[in-house]
Design a binder for this molecule. Structure first.
Ligand SMILES: [Zn+2]
Length: 498
């Protein structure tokens, strides 16, 4: 770090402080590349960095993330050569407070330009990442809601994809912030507390889809994400209460599914056009991620039913297996591009030293969500265990908080569903007759987990709330189970299935 020249300057409106310039240098060189993931690279590494130089709110927000990241990586005691031990531990707090003050200053102005509005929204999104990095679930959700409120208030979606230059780097800042919100919503679907109710902050929002070809993989990712988001809500019951369009009844859900089938077809056609033009080797993983997500959506979209039951997924066993094959190829591709020999065992994968010591922060999609959904929806013991093993490799390659949670959610669900196998058949038959059986590797529909929620998330665990199909049909209360994990350690020690 110290060998590199410190090129970063700072916003002209505020006095230059050496430790902030150093933090920003760390952000630029170490953190920003991790934020991007596979898609929307230009936004996070160019647009954002450029705007920090004129906008103190972004400068402070980036520095707050850098300080937290650095502290996480080095621990409180050991410090990097140029950081004095006394200043670093308080910097996340100081930088964050300065960013909040900048936000208050900007919001109180009588007039702010569209560009400044987007900077404010970006800062708010950086606060989500900061809270995620600290494992503060409550604050993460608060900032997420604030971000959506700001986008709604300023109708930022109206600026998306109006002007587009026909080159690979044509993403507008408005696109990036709006689709990042949709992406964040997808990531939070399985992390909502039981009291959560969906609320649309974007009254009147219509994201226009274009019929002309995709110009970049990022565009293809942006257009796929709203489909993913809505189909997971319809098909998987991730949250405590379905969003309005799901609750509005069978007819509307049918309409929504038909609508998304059509959109997915159109999306596929546009992607095929782009595929012919993506001949570079470095495009392959991103294309594979998009293919995997589209294939996952297709399985959900064509198999889900409106009944309160998990039986519909039994027809997808072969498709689930195929999704895992594709995910495995993608994971091998990632091992190859990381220049690493594949971890030989799951245990090695979750304890290995690949990647940075600290958590990966990107919001970009990868393989983890598909793997989690297969483990959640499929009741074949071998297939869901294979999904869990692949999740461990995914985590090894990119140790993100979301993957960690997916691993624990999948593990808890399998454990709790298969717990029925331990209940003596005679005891069970006196209460209810079901076909749960270890010999047949079978969990009955009534004992399958239908709905989950997550509460009290801290750096060392959370509380999982769940309802089985039976619980849901009989309108029983949530059952609760503790989940244990450690957001400050990369290793995973508490999973029974690994
Ligand atoms: Zn049963």
């Amino acid at each position: 770090m110290t060998q590199q020249p410190i090129l970063s300057v700072h916003p002209g409106q505020i006095p230059r402080r050496d430790h902030e310039v150093q933090l920003f240098h760390y952000f630029r060189t170490e953190v920003a590349p991790q934020l991007t993931g596979m898609f929307d690279h230009e936004f996070w590494t160019e647009h954002l960095l450029r705007n920090t130089q004129s906008q103190p709110i972004l400068w402070y927000a980036c520095n707050a993330i850098a300080a937290t990241h650095l502290l996480d990586r080095t621990g409180c005691g050991e410090t990097q050569s140029h950081q004095t031990p006394d200043t670093l531990p308080l910097q996340p707090y100081y930088q964050y407070q300065a960013a909040l003050q900048s936000m208050r200053d900007l919001i109180s102005l009588p007039f702010v330009t569209d560009t400044t509005k987007i900077d404010i929204i970006v800062a708010s999104q950086l606060f989500i990442i900061l809270a995620t990095l600290r494992g503060d679930n409550m604050e993460m959700m608060t900032h997420y809601k604030n971000t959506c409120m700001l986008v709604g208030l300023w109708k930022t979606w109206a600026q998306t994809r109006i002007h587009r230059r026909l080159d690979k780097h044509s993403i507008q800042a408005a696109d990036s912030v709006v689709y990042t919100c949709i992406r964040a919503d997808s990531l939070f679907l399985f992390m909502q507390p039981p009291s959560y109710t969906y609320h649309s902050y974007w009254e009147g929002c219509t994201l226009r889809l274009r019929d002309d070809p995709f110009v970049s993989l990022t565009e293809a990712y942006f257009e796929l994400e709203p489909i993913w988001n809505n189909i997971v809500k319809v098909a998987v019951h991730p949250g405590p209460e379905g969003p309005e369009f799901v609750r509005d009844g069978h007819e509307f859900v049918q309409y929504a599914c038909d609508h998304y089938k059509e959109r997915l077809l159109k999306w596929h056609k546009k992607l095929d056009g782009l595929r012919l033009r993506c001949r570079e080797v470095e495009d392959r993983p991103a294309l594979a991620v998009l293919d995997l997500r589209a294939a996952t959506i297709k399985v959900l979209l064509y198999s889900c039913t409106r009944e309160i039951s998990c039986l519909c997924w039994d027809a997808c066993v072969a498709s689930f297996g195929k999704l895992l094959d594709d995910a495995e190829l993608l994971i091998q591709m990632r091992y190859a591009s990381a220049g690493q020999k594949e971890a030989t065992s799951t245990a090695e994968a979750v304890r290995g030293k690949l990647g940075l010591g600290s958590r990966a922060m990107t919001l970009s999609p990868m393989t983890n969500e598909t793997l989690y959904l297969v483990a959640r929806l499929c009741r074949d013991p071998a297939i869901r265990r294979r999904a869990c093993t692949l999740l461990a490799h995914d985590y090894h390659l990119t140790p993100s908080m979301h993957t960690l949670l997916y691993m624990h959610l999948a593990d808890a669900q399998i454990r709790l569903e298969e717990y029925e196998w331990q209940v003596k058949a005679a005891v069970r038959e006196s209460t209810s007759s079901c076909g749960c059986s270890r010999e047949h590797g079978f969990v009955c529909d009534g004992h399958r987990i239908y709905q989950t929620a997550l509460d009290q998330m801290a750096t060392t665990g959370a509380v999982l709330h769940l309802r089985t199909v039976d619980d849901y049909i009989h309108n029983r209360h949530w059952r609760t189970f503790p989940l244990q994990f450690n957001l400050h350690e990369k290793g995973v020690g508490t999973l029974t299935h690994l």
